[in-house]
Design a protein around this ligand. Sequence first.
Ligand SMILES: Nc1nc2c(ncn2[C@@H]2O[C@H](COP(=O)(O)OP(=O)(O)OP(=O)(O)O)[C@@H](O)[C@H]2O)c(=O)[nH]1
Ligand SMILES: [K+]
Ligand SMILES: [Mg+2]
Length: 307
Amino acid sequence: MGIAEKIADIEREINRTQKNKATEYHLGLLKGKLAKYRAELIEVKSGGPKGEGFDVKRSGDARVALIGFPSVGKSTLLSTVTETEAAVSSVDFTTLTATPGRWEYNGATIQLLDLPGIIEGAAQGHAPADLVLMMLDATKSHMQRPLLEKELEAVGIRLNKHVPNIYFKVKTGGGISYNAIAKQSVLTEKFVYNLLHQYRIFNAEVLVREDVSLDDFIDVVVGNRIYLPCLYAYNKIDAITIEEVDKIAREDHTVVVSIEQDLNMDYLKAGATVEEACKAIHKTLLEGFKYALVWGNNDDVIEIVRK
Ligand SMILES: Nc1nc2c(ncn2[C@@H]2O[C@H](COP(=O)(O)OP(=O)(O)OP(=O)(O)O)[C@@H](O)[C@H]2O)c(=O)[nH]1
Ligand SMILES: [K+]
Ligand SMILES: [Mg+2]
């Protein structure tokens, strides 16, 4: 059986397994296996001819990677906030290559990169950007966000999460030494042993310094994960009801905009640049993120402010 088939097999087993306390441990080991095969697959791929990745030189103070399904308005944003003229159309897959633009905001120069596909190269440990700006179409299915998140997860990108506080070092002898200095709600010594054995690691030091999930532990063992802040921008709010806008805007790390109607754009600009700056300072600053919306329709102006 090839690696791709093994991956498909495990994914199927994970999907048909009910998620609850009793299956958590079993699922964790399955996910560990999945992560192992995915890493192997990537190794095989990168050993061969160069992948489809993008080759745009980094410039400016920070790079923001713009991702999203076709026709959500990525090129519309690029054309609006940068001097780059990108083709905009209702036809899907209008943009086929990574396209950069210079985004000047409050003295900062951001390289905004319109990425038509999923971010490649990330799984090999190359940060594709300093911030992910995930653009979503507010008029379309709410599955867009989880689907994209899943794709990013699969290539090793972790959004709005910090590196798990786990010391992990493979040794040449001495067996596995496991210590947790913080109370664990799911991770157990047994899981650590079994997972490491899956990876053929028999000698290692593990020191867990915070309450972590099984996925966190797998991430640390696999390595090469990329932790990026992400701002979710729901575009086309001009085409949905105010109730829907209000609901979406309450999600974490979210701004709601209409690029074409110029609604709420200052919050997107601030979000993309503030979030970038905050990353370096403190991730929790973002948790109090405020939004406001000025909605102009038939002379009605409604303002919403949260927190
Ligand atoms: N109603 C509405 N439509 C918008 C808005 N912004 C963009 N659009 C429309 O959405 C369609 C797609 O816009 P694009 O900018 O080409 O989308 P894209 O994400 O770059 O699409 P691909 O390059 O094909 O992946 C166009 O018809 C735009 O006119 C908006 O704020 N409101
Ligand atoms: K399009
Ligand atoms: Mg485009």
